[in-house]
Write a protein that binds this ligand. Structure first.
Ligand code: CTP
Length: 484
């Protein structure tokens, strides 16, 4: 029996159903004599009053035929993309992607994600979906327009903020193990709890994650990271035993060791706090990744020296680990990765600038090294303050506010942020007619450092003269016009 919404929900859902595409689908389905429903994430999100640009339509019949007929009834006749093999078709209407699929019954073989598909009823189609909240359908045919079919109590689970599978979770997860990551992701995105039975099944089936492609796992992980309180997801991933499979380096941060009465902090929980701290400040996924990875080099550098725990050079070791982690997780090996590497490498630098007597030269150096990432670096450093002592937090934040102010002043004065040193490697080679070798780097750095330290003026002439002197120290002489 189709359920009815309460008035409040109904009004909300009706708002979303006002999108003219639903009227077009309704009339087209009626004229073809097929039943059509909007189903899945769109229904969930309109009940939750969240916007969702993807609309999934399920048809008791051919999804491809309905899509083609709908396209004909739309003024600008959008193109229909047909995936014959999957029996699906999609089209764009304004900024929405609309996918049409025939109702189906699916089963999966135990060692593959490829389903065996047959035509089915609406109920069959709902049975094969991942969670009760994703299995609701709203009828679009005129006679029953707006009626909700909710066979597994998805509406109630939304009310109770619960993630639950429609069938025995072992079956739902074994059909498609990616759903185990999705359970954690929806729980984190929506702030819902995972039902006990469903969670037990996550733990039990965790090894099935190994057959899921890394790209798909990374997609889900990124959605967890972009959630309002990402730590919630990481704690679940840990509790379910997923971290050891998908992100062992992070798990490695966990634990507190004691020697001679000295404890160090638990860097796993610290990292999660940093991530939660940065979440309200930025939606930049890669800045959030930098927060996750900022201390990743700590386990490898941990030492107990003279009665204290040290993590000397963890920022360099950590930044070197970024490439490997990105490669393993199939995250992009491009400028995003370089950005994360850079922030991890530099994350301790602003702390050194807190002292009152900090020189302009130290500030210039950070601006030069951090460049366009200076602001993001400061945001990361502020998030890195996880003390429970409010007084301390206030003081540290105030210190960083002063550093930000000083950086701003020096940048306005000296413009070193995107500054290119005037002496290039090519210029050195042609001036001294030398073969490329390590001395070029030495000369270049000496000139760059002298400018940043304010020893010489930031002019081409001053830089050129210093280059001559530095090269001479290394035994090079400037060649004349004839190349001698
Ligand atoms: N679905 C499923 N199992 C999956 C993926 C999807 O059962 N592994 C079903 C769910 O009913 C889901 C619908 O297909 O609601 C659409 O999937 P998708 O677009 O991936 O997710 P949404 O639920 O729409 O959520 P989001 O857009 O946030 O990914």
């Amino acid at each position: 029996m189709p359920l009815k919404f309460d008035t409040k929900r109904k009004n909300k859902v009706n708002e979303y159903l006002k999108n003219p595409i639903f009227k077009i689908i309704s009339e087209t389905a009626d004229s073809l004599g097929v039943k059509a429903f909007v189903i899945g994430g769109f229904v969930r999100d309109c009940i939750l009053n969240r916007s969702d640009k993807d609309i999934d339509i399920v048809v008791l019949g051919s999804g491809i035929d309905l899509a083609k007929a709908v396209a004909k009834n739309i003024k600008n006749k959008p193109q229909v993309t047909v995936f014959k093999r999957f029996g699906t078709a999609s089209l764009k209407f304004r900024d929405a992607d609309i996918e049409f699929v025939g109702a189906r019954k699916e089963s999966y073989s135990p060692d593959s994600r490829k389903p065996i598909v047959e035509n089915g009823t609406l109920e069959d189609d709902q049975n094969r979906r991942d969670f009760t909240i994703n299995a609701m359908a709203i009828s679009l045919n005129k006679e029953t327009y707006g009626q909700l079919t909710d066979p597994f109590g998805g509406l109630k689970d939304i009310e109770n903020k619960l993630i639950r599978t429609p069938l025995d979770p072992d079956i739902t997860f074994s059909d498609d193990p990616l759903r185990m990551m999705r359970a954690v992701r929806f729980s984190t995105q929506l702030g819902f709890e995972i039902a006990n039975e469903t969670f037990d099944s996550l733990k039990k089936n965790k090894d099935r994650l190994k057959i899921v492609s890394k790209e798909r796992i990374a997609d889900e992980l990124n959605k967890i990271i972009l959630s309002p309180v990402p730590s919630m997801g990481f704690l679940l991933l840990d509790k379910a035993g997923f971290l050891e499979i998908i992100f062992p380096e992070l798990l490695n941060l966990k634990g507190v060791e004691e020697l001679a009465g000295q404890f160090h902090k638990d860097n796993f929980y610290h990292t999660l706090k940093v991530l939660d701290n940065i979440a309200p400040k930025t939606d930049n996924l890669w800045l959030r990744w930098a927060a996750i990875l900022h201390d990743i080099g700590k386990p490898a550098t941990k030492k107990f020296i003279d009665g204290i725990w040290t993590f000397h050079a963890h920022e360099f070791v950590g930044s070197k680990m970024v490439t490997q982690i990105f490669r393993n997780m199939k995250l992009p090996m491009n400028e995003k990765m370089k950005y994360v590497e850079k922030l991890v490498r530099l994350h301790l630098r602003p702390i050194a600038l807190v002292s009152e007597e900090v020189s302009d030269s130290a500030l210039r150096r950070l601006l030069f090294d951090a460049g366009d990432e200076t602001e993001d670096l400061m945001t990361l450093c502020e998030a890195d303050i996880t003390s429970k002592n409010e007084e301390k937090v206030k003081r540290f934040l105030e210190n960083f506010r002063i550093v930000r102010q000083k950086l701003k002043e020096v940048e306005e004065k000296d413009k070193v942020r995107n500054w290119q040193p005037p002496i290039t490697g090519d210029l050195i080679i042609s001036t001294f007619n030398m073969n490329p070798n390590k001395d070029i780097g030495i000369i270049k750095d000496a000139v760059k450092d002298a400018i940043l330290d304010g020893i010489i003026e930031n002019t081409y002439q001053a830089a050129f003269e210093l280059m001559l002197r530095e090269a001479e120290k290394l035994g090079y002489k400037q060649i004349d016009k004839n190349g001698k």
